[in-house]
Write a protein that binds this ligand. Structure first.
Ligand SMILES: Nc1ncnc2c1ncn2[C@@H]1O[C@H](COP(=O)(O)OP(=O)(O)OP(=O)(O)O)[C@@H](O)[C@H]1O
Length: 257
């Protein structure tokens, strides 16, 4: 079968500041199909962010192979959008210029179509009136929404999201989840989404990858059979509640003793 993202026998070892080797990932196999939405969940330090950095080309594996569209990943690629846990905006640029920054950086200019798309994204994240403000005039949650909009400007085939909603308040968080589903529906992409929230993983994903504590391994891959499109009603679906409980037990049993 043709995959968009392949991790084969990936092991990642770091050297900690006291000189000791740290095995962050051990023999991780993961294969993502086109336009699939997959969440990674597991105890702190089990290597979730490391997996995103490997796929994003920000890191090379110690052993094993990471491939995108059958090509070994050697550096960051344009077809990938990345959203980190914390907003990463340039303080001296306006909100709008931050969203278009990657385009300007790459091509030296931003054409009218992209300006238009940036405005649409701003409206989508509810910040239309903030286009000309600077990041420090926005709350942390608003800044994170701008970071998300920026990752979507070039409509990437692959979106890597590292706990993108963790800094948002609960209401905005739900809103952003549904917004993300809407975007994914309209402009399908392969998404790898790291979260600590079982509910979020269930609401969004086709599959949930449960990882075990360090050294991180894939403990289990769970299919989420909840029908799409998903909505507020999904949260009340008995299957949702049952699965949330079952996964909670799974994840809890994987916590380091
Ligand atoms: N550059 C690095 N140098 C040394 N150790 C590192 C480095 N990057 C990550 N690690 C270690 O690798 C392990 C996995 O880290 P990673 O950030 O991928 O975990 P995570 O599952 O995303 O954690 P969390 O849920 O807390 O964000 C951790 O033990 C971390 O300390």
């Amino acid at each position: 079968m043709h995959h968009v993202i392949d991790l084969d026998e990936v092991t990642q070892t770091f050297v900690s500041s006291d000189g000791m080797p740290v095995t962050a990932l051990q023999n991780v196999d993961l294969h993502l199909r086109r336009h699939e939405f997959v969440s990674l969940i597991g105890p702190s330090g089990c290597g979730k962010s490391t997996i995103l950095r490997l796929i994003g080309g920000l890191l090379r594996p110690t052993s094993g192979a990471v491939r995108i569209f059958d090509h070994v990943v050697t550096e960051p690629r344009d077809e990938i959008g990345i959203v980190f846990q914390k907003p990463t905006l340039l303080p001296w640029l306006s909100v709008l210029d931050n969203i278009t920054f990657p385009m300007r950086h790459k091509f030296g200019r931003v054409d009218a179509k992209e300006q238009q798309r940036a405005q649409e994204l701003l409206a989508m994240i509810g910040l239309k009136d903030f286009a000309h403000k600077r990041p420090n005039e926005l709350s942390g949650g608003m800044q994170q929404r701008v970071s998300i909009a920026r990752s979507l400007l070039h409509d990437p085939d692959i979106l890597l999201m590292d706990e993108p909603f963790s800094a948002l308040d609960a209401l905005t968080r739900d809103e952003m989840s549904f917004e993300l589903l809407r975007i994914w529906n309209e402009r399908p992409k392969t998404v790898v989404f790291v979260t600590h929230s079982i509910q979020e993983a269930l609401l969004l994903s086709d599959r949930i990858v449960v990882m075990s504590a360090r050294p991180g391994r894939v403990a289990e891959i769970i299919d989420v059979p909840l029908p799409r499109p998903r909505s507020m009603a999904t949260l009340a679906d008995p299957v949702f509640t049952q699965m949330a409980n079952a996964i909670r037990v799974q994840v809890f049993s994987r916590q380091p003793a």
